[in-house]
Design a protein around this ligand. Structure first.
Ligand code: FEO
Length: 393
């Protein structure tokens, strides 16, 4: 794709990766992604903000061919999908200075071998005059590594946010407009990338609250030309508020756990509790992560394999623990053939979830009346706990 103008003197550059289906060899990308860089021209200075993933580096280098001079290159974030082409860009423009946070400097040297002499660190709130345009650097740690920052351009009211507010979405649209699918992709991105740092992001949001913003230009996905929508969504996602929802990841090997899940789902629905079951042998873990953004309760369903939980359940539980969603409650249900320590194993896998355990329902073989009654009691407990969610929030 060729460079595209956001406003006069500010261009989107970068690459749309239509066919990438996995990030970090872990995260599903059902809609591909993009690696956005931006070229900002002032009356006296020209700046490139971020680069692209080296896998598509040729696209950026081709876009830069007509650009005679760069005075600065800004690195908001050291992860290689944005920084990977910095060495090539700095080679092409030997007079350019690389701008980053003080935390990023050693990381750029360690990860990319950038010459320390080429780097100038920018303090939180420090400004750079380009001639008629000003870049103000705002430290925003943990979006998504500890060294990250964003750049605000006050004259044009543009926030260049890198991973912050991004979405893994390959699209020909430069702007998000009011497309609800962009917001869904942004929520998926938040769930997979940002959610573990929710409390720090709350502080970062506070720093942005007083800025007058017309555009948010992230480094993945389209540019938000109606930024209030994504800002309001983030305010909601990072808030302590939780929804009257149960997320229920599970596996069933011979049908017993499936019967328990089906019974519990029906019992929760009868009691006015929303529920999202995820059968883990087929589910997209991104969808599971998205469901965890708002839910109040996690119920894990597992059969027993060699005394412990099913490996797919272990993996999903580990993911939930790592993402640190704002869950309040948890429970475990499942079955076994001759003996089990599955509940003990699962309980040990969620030290980072600050949840109240509402109980366990585990049965030997096929569930019968007693197990179904215990599931009804669990559903009663969840309903009662959820009744006070707004008060507690
Ligand atoms: Fe898009 Fe954390 O890199």
């Amino acid at each position: 794709m060729n460079p595209r103008e956001i406003i006069d003197g500010i261009q989107w550059m970068g690459a749309v990766d239509w066919h990438r289906r996995l990030f970090d060899a872990l995260i599903p990308l059902p809609d591909g992604t993009s690696y956005n860089a931006y070229l900002v021209r002032g009356a006296r200075k020209t700046v490139l903000l971020d680069t692209v993933d080296p896998a598509m580096g040729d696209v950026l280098m081709r876009q830069l061919e007509p650009v005679q001079n760069l005075d600065y290159v800004v690195s908001h974030h050291t992860e290689q999908d944005h920084s990977g082409m910095l060495p090539a860009v700095l080679d092409k423009y030997p007079g350019a200075t690389l701008l980053c946070t003080s935390k990023a400097k050693p990381m750029l040297i360690e990860h990319l071998g950038v010459d320390a002499e080429r780097i100038r660190t920018m303090a939180d709130g420090e400004e750079l005059d380009l001639g008629g345009r000003t870049l103000r650097f705002v430290s925003t740690p943990w979006v998504h590594w500890p060294e990250t920052m964003v750049t605000y351009l006050p004259e044009d009211r543009i926030l260049f946010s890198c991973d912050f507010f991004g979405s893994h979405l390959a699209t020909s649209a430069l702007f998000a407009g009011e497309d609800p699918y962009v917001l869904e992709a942004a929520k998926r991105y938040y769930a997979e990338i940002m959610m573990p740092f929710r409390r720090i992001i709350t502080n970062n949001m506070q720093k942005l609250r007083d800025l007058d913003i017309d555009y948010i230009a992230p480094s993945h996905g389209p540019v938000f030309d109606q930024p209030r929508t994504i800002l309001a969504a983030y305010e909601d996602w990072v808030s302590p508020r939780v929804a009257n929802q149960v997320v229920l990841p599970y596996i069933s090997m011979h049908g017993s756990t499936q019967m328990m899940v089906d019974h519990l789902v029906a019992a929760l629905v009868d009691r006015g509790v929303g529920v999202r079951p995820f059968e883990l042998s087929t589910t997209d873990i991104g969808m599971l992560a998205m469901a965890l953004v708002d839910a109040a309760t996690l119920v894990i369903g597992t059969p027993t394999v060699h005394v412990g939980p099913h490996p797919s359940v272990v993996s999903a539980t580990h993911l939930a623990n790592a993402l640190r969603p704002k869950l309040r409650y948890a429970a475990v249900i499942g079955s076994y053939g001759w003996g089990t320590k599955a509940v003990e194993h699962i309980s040990g896998l969620i030290p980072q979830l600050k949840v109240e355990l509402l109980g366990t329902v585990v049965c030997k073989g096929m569930p019968r009346e007693e197990a179904f009654a215990a599931l009804d009691t669990l559903a009663d407990t969840i309903r009662d706990k959820h009744a006070g969610l707004n008060d507690a929030g």
